[in-house]
Design a protein around this ligand. Structure first.
Ligand code: NAP
Ligand code: MG
Length: 494
């Protein structure tokens, strides 16, 4: 029997499929990408000692964008020495007020060149231009503005104490928010008087290299910021260099554990921002359409390449069918494709390796007995793509529920009581973030205090602000970045 609900659903689908958008590509004419990039050490671009370069490709076209230098141990050593000289010669002697001026300059220059950074981020990493333009680049600038403000106010940050910089900070970042992660690392380090050796991820080096050009143009004293490219071995050489006084790492839990092991016993302080498997919890009294937007934003934003992605959905039993129906309808309206098209909601998967990982997890989910729903969208013929995916019929013990997939794949489970969902939400090795959707403020407070995660959003998801600390519990890492808390790892209090 055809019910009113079926008719309404059909009307909704007819309505959405009646509309298609003409392509609205962002121009890349104003962007200059060199054929070859060297290492930024001591304020200049220098060739790597080994003479080795590797290619960075666009994941949406699979075409090479540039060759990038691979830093070996000798290059890491040169970068650390340049950072040490800059620390002793200029940076530790400079007043906070003057350091702040340089950081403000970086912020303003990022704003001036925002379009260029956004386009390069989308070309090199695959994320939709709407995100790089509206999220990555403005938030990166905001981070420099925020920490510039702290540079001459450190006495107020830690009342009654004096701060001393740690010296040379070694910083290693992942590929999901390249320019933003560089800002999370560089801005607080400079504000507190440290100098920096930073390594971006192998697949997304270009905005860090453009940032190196910007830092050179901003006239920062040479060696205050050094940016060296390379793969895992370059990162490892930074971690193990005896001249580095502090390590800041964002990346996978697996590599975080390796770093922890290599630093054990050295006394070198470190912060680790690692993986996540966030629970996004929807109660029966939630505003469903709003929750659907939050779920879509939580897992499909940036192709699910988000450490705090809402990758596990928990729906209260009474609304499960209605909510999942609405979610499927919404998924059919998502546009997957060219990252430079302003209509695109979901861009390319960052690399072939990550594509294989995500497809491997989808297969694992099916082998474990999950049911799959993927949106019917067409995918481009070249590049790395995954359709937004739901896995239902899963349980706590399934690997797809326990492990970080880092792609646009959402597992869905139901629950009856708050106690049950708290137990399930906390039952993973991770604890980075979470979300709650309900009409009741009291429920928000009650549940959020019991979720063992660094961030819990209420009736929203994936909201960031430089003034707010961010970081994980359990295997999601240690230490906090952002806000006042983000200053602490870069200073010794005396
Ligand atoms: P990854 O493989 O751990 O890599 C992170 C960075 O570490 C890259 O620059 C990588 O270089 C480098 N690296 C690899 N092996 C290393 C080693 N042995 N020693 C030192 N450095 C090494 O992580 P990813 O795949 O790039 O990023 C995804 C992960 O980051 C996810 O797990 C995600 O949850 C996490 N993440 C966490 C946060 C947070 O704030 N908690 C934020 C963003 C991402 P190459 O890439 O060149 O190999
Ligand atoms: Mg790339």
């Amino acid at each position: 029997m055809i019910t009113d609900k079926d008719i309404q659903k059909k009307q909704r689908l007819d309505f959405t499929s009646a509309w298609t958008y003409d392509p609205a590509p962002e121009s890349s004419d104003h962007v200059t990408i060199s054929d070859k990039y060297d290492l930024f050490i001591g304020g200049k671009f220098v060739e790597p000692v080994s003479g080795t370069y590797f290619a960075t490709v666009s994941p949406s076209t699979e075409k090479k964008l540039a060759d990038v230098a691979e830093a070996g141990e000798k290059d890491v050593d040169n970068a650390v020495k340049a950072a040490r000289t800059a620390y002793d010669t200029y940076w530790k002697k400079m007043s906070g007020r003057d350091r702040g001026k340089y950081i403000y300059r970086i912020a303003r220059m990022i704003q001036e060149r925002a379009r260029e950074f956004a386009v390069i981020e989308s070309m090199d990493g695959g994320k939709p231009i709407r995100e790089s333009r509206d999220v990555d680049v403005p938030l990166a600038a905001a981070h420099y503005f925020y920490y510039a403000g702290w540079a001459d106010k450190l006495d107020y940050a830690f009342p009654g104490r004096k701060t001393q910089p740690r010296g040379v900070a070694g910083q290693i970042i992942p590929w999901n928010f390249p320019l933003l992660m560089a800002a999370w690392k560089i801005a607080p380090a400079l504000a507190t008087g440290n100098t920096v050796v930073l390594k971006p991820a192998e697949t997304t080096p270009l905005t860090s290299l453009k940032l190196a050009e910007l830092i050179r143009d901003a006239d920062l004293p040479p060696g205050v910021v050094n940016i060296i490219t390379g793969a895992g071995q370059t990162g490892s050489a930074i971690v193990n260099h005896p001249g580095v006084d502090k390590i800041a790492f964002t990346g996978s839990t697996q590599v975080g554990k390796l770093i922890q092991k290599s630093l054990a016993g050295t006394g070198k302080p470190y912060t680790l921002e690692l993986g996540g498997k966030a629970a996004n919890i929807v109660f029966e009294d939630a505003a469903l359409d709003q929750a659907v937007e939050g779920i879509v934003n939580g897992i499909f934003f940036n192709q699910g390449h988000v450490c705090c992605a809402g990758s596990r959905l928990f729906v209260q039993e009474g609304i499960a069918d209605a909510l999942i129906g609405k979610l499927k309808d919404r998924m059919e309206t998502l546009i997957v494709g060219d990252p430079l098209d302003k209509n695109t909601d979901i861009g390319a998967i960052n690399s072939r390796a990550q594509l294989d990982t995500i497809n491997g997890y989808i297969e694992t989910g099916l082998n474990e007995g999950a049911d799959i729903y993927q949106c019917k969208c067409d995918l481009p013929s070249s590049g790395y793509w995954v359709k937004p995916t739901l896995l239902t019929g899963v349980s706590q013990s399934h690997r797809v529920v326990q492990e970080e997939i880092f792609g646009p794949v959402l597992t869905i489970q139901t629950f009856r009581t708050p106690a049950e969902v708290i137990e399930k939400a906390n039952n993973t090795p991770y604890g980075l973030s979470g979300g709650i959707w309900t009409d009741k403020g009291a429920k928000i407070f009650k549940i959020s205090t019991k979720i063992r995660s660094g961030v819990v959003w209420a009736n929203t998801f994936n909201k960031f602000d430089p003034t707010s600390p961010f970081g994980g519990y359990k295997e999601s890492g240690m230490g906090r970045e952002g806000g006042l808390h983000g200053l602490l790892p870069y200073v010794e209090l005396i």
